[in-house]
Design a protein around this ligand. Structure first.
Ligand code: PLP
Length: 389
């Protein structure tokens, strides 16, 4: 039987660019001591205090259908957090709780793009972006960013592709580049959105991982709250990747419609998971800082190691749990470099090309192993690059 074009075309055909990752996983499965610096997951698990809150909620009976838009206290908690950070009035009616940021990205695009409309996203990009757009039946169009700008998007590049598009998806702090968009960048983006009547979908799942500069949500910019859907998540901020809990923040009528969508798709998020998320947010900044701390530390370790050589370039690592390295001096593509590093040194990193053409000749290193292994792997990576160059 024939499946729908929409579902069979989600990946866009061909390789998904994650071959090095799958190969590394196979090698680990065979017992080889590979250091995996590939995916964006903490090397710690969800904090026991959050798990206790989850356990208490589940045993207390919060295991039935939960309210589809989210439980009231969590919606209010998220709204308060966003209002504090943006200065824009935000109530629970601006928030819908989702099963993680990814489900929020899908729902947000479905809410603002009709079938066949163009949805813009920036290259390099988080791996699921084009598939998410294709999955809702829209046409995914990439806008290139440039290594020489440290991957800060140029408003004129976006404007050049904006005619007739329905939406633009951005991500700051950025995966895979580690770039935190400046106020100037975001003001330029906001202007393009206003000039071209675009919805802005702002993926801010790394907003607690900022090492340099400050995170600015475009919701805070003039006249942007009415055309912005912010995507947030507990995955990265609270090491709750497996709990699948996040949110969309946007105009009230958009949220009302998104709730209709959720009623016909996810039917909400488990109540005990939401209680745990609510509890986690109530722990405040200290817990978030504790979870971000290893990445803050490892980024400094990386800077030290990279300062001591001149073959590998570091894209200013301003936020998120990754660093992007420019290995063009080796003459290899990111993919060849990553494959050889894995085969010859048992170190797995992601080729820049996995995230689009703008990051060709780069590799992304996830700072998600213990400090000592991280330092050792990075030192070996630099030595390997120097030898080739
Ligand atoms: N957005 C970005 C940029 C990500 O890197 C990720 C996960 O790695 C997600 C969204 C999805 O996160 P989750 O669905 O776990 O909230």
């Amino acid at each position: 039987m024939q499946l729908s074009n929409r579902i069979t075309h989600i990946t866009g055909g061909g390789s998904d660019g994650w071959d090095v990752f799958y190969k590394a996983r196979r090698m680990v499965g065979e017992g080889q001591p590979v250091i995996e610096l590939t995916i964006g997951e903490h090397d710690i698990r969800t904090d026991p205090v959050i798990l206790s809150a989850m356990d208490k909620a589940a045993k207390g009976g919060h295991t039935g259908y939960a309210m589809v838009p989210g439980i009231q206290s969590l919606r209010e908690n998220v709204a308060k957090r966003i209002e504090e950070r943006t200065g824009v009035e935000t109530t629970f009616e601006n928030i819908m709780i989702t099963p993680g940021g990814q489900a929020a990205l899908f729902a947000a695009h479905l809410a603002v793009c009709d079938e066949g409309e163009t949805a813009l996203y920036l290259d390099p990009y988080y791996a699921t972006y084009p598939g998410t757009i294709r999955g809702i039946g829209a046409v995914a169009k990439a806008v290139q960013t440039h290594a020489e700008d440290a991957f800060q998007p140029r408003a004129e590049d976006i404007a050049a592709k904006a005619k007739g598009a329905a939406s633009l998806l951005i991500n700051t702090p950025n995966n895979p580049t580690g770039t935190v968009y400046s106020r100037e960048t975001l003001e330029g983006i906001a202007q393009v959105c206003k000039d071209h009547e675009l919805w802005l979908i702002s993926d801010e799942v790394y907003d607690t991982q900022v090492w340099e500069g400050t995170h600015l949500s475009p919701r805070a910019l003039p006249d942007m709250a009415e055309r912005t859907l912010v995507v947030g998540s507990m995955s990265k901020s609270h090491a709750m990747t497996g709990s699948r809990v996040g949110w969309i923040c946007g105009p009230k009528d958009a949220i009302e419609n998104l709730v209709n969508l959720a009623t016909h798709t996810t039917y909400g998020v488990a109540g005990f998971i939401q209680d745990a998320a609510d509890f986690a947010l109530n722990q405040g900044q200290d817990l978030e800082d504790k979870i971000a701390e290893p990445f803050r530390r490892r980024r400094l370790i990386a800077k030290d190691i990279l300062d001591g050589q001149n073959t590998v370039g570091l894209i200013p690592a301003q936020g998120a749990m990754y660093i992007m390295l420019d290995i063009r001096a080796t003459g290899l593509s990111g993919e060849d470099f990553a494959n050889r590093l894995l085969d010859e040194h048992l170190i797995a990193v992601m080729p820049g090309e996995s995230f689009g053409q703008s990051a060709a000749g780069h590799v992304r290193v996830a700072m998600t192993v213990d400090d000592e292994s991280f330092a050792r792997a990075l030192t070996q990576l630099c030595e390997f690059a120097a030898k080739i160059a």
